[in-house]
Design a protein around this ligand. Structure first.
Ligand code: BEZ
Length: 211
């Protein structure tokens, strides 16, 4: 059955461009982004891996490890990384899983046969420090992902894991948030001392509590 939000991210051991990794051990107490690429030496994938490498510091600041996957062998990954570094003004500084036998792709349902039965789609899994799947995205091969959006979602996931809030449409770190409907009116002042606004009984806003 396909993976769903809240499931434990399946564990695996795989060869990567940075050596053999046991996924759960590698995760440790970190959050993670696991994302797949259709194939090595393809243009959109080259730009995506470069974009992630340039953002690596921002993932580190959020205690998030990044790991990519492509269904080509490790020697191919290592040669391709040289091209990525050369063309994308970056140093690829995270592992790329060599999933030639499609073991991990199958485990995470990254091959959608009606799109392609040999290449993975562009999957993104955000995994919490409890090893549970927090977000799943699927893009087609023709559309490169927006990794600033992935960072934005991580900010929301980490905030809402710690406070009784949700984040509204197009929210960005630092903006006002929605008070969870589970919070009773009489408890708001103690929980959210920065103040709040009642727009409707079910729509109550407060400044971001951890800022
Ligand atoms: C690309 O990364 O450019 C790509 C990969 C597979 C199919 C189409 C495009």
């Amino acid at each position: 059955m396909a993976l769903r939000l809240g499931d434990i991210a399946p564990d695996f051991t795989a060869e990567t461009s940075e050596g053999v990794i046991n996924f759960h051990q590698w995760l440790g107490n970190s959050w993670a982004v696991l994302f797949s690429h259709p194939k090595d030496y393809t243009p959109v994938c080259t730009t995506e891996l470069g974009a992630v490498a340039r953002l690596k510091e921002k993932f580190d600041q959020r205690n998030v490890k990044v790991i990519a996957l492509s269904v080509d062998p490790v020697d191919s990954h290592k040669e391709w990384i040289k091209d990525i570094n050369e063309t994308q003004n970056c140093v690829v500084n995270f592992p790329i899983i060599a999933d030639a036998d499609k073991k991990v792709s199958d485990l995470y349902d990254m091959i959608h046969p009606n799109a392609s039965d040999t290449m993975t789609v562009r999957s993104v899994f955000i995994i919490g420090n409890d090893k549970k799947v927090k977000l799943i995205l699927t893009y087609p091969a023709s559309t490169g992902r927006n990794f600033d959006e992935i960072l934005r979602v991580i900010d929301s996931l980490q905030l809402t894991a710690n406070y009784s809030v949700a984040t509204p449409a197009n929210w960005k770190d630092g903006e006002d948030v929605v008070i969870a409907t589970s919070v009773k009116n009489e408890d708001i002042a103690a929980k959210f001392p920065k103040g709040h606004t009642v727009i409707k009984p079910y729509l109550r806003m407060t400044p971001q509590p951890n800022k």
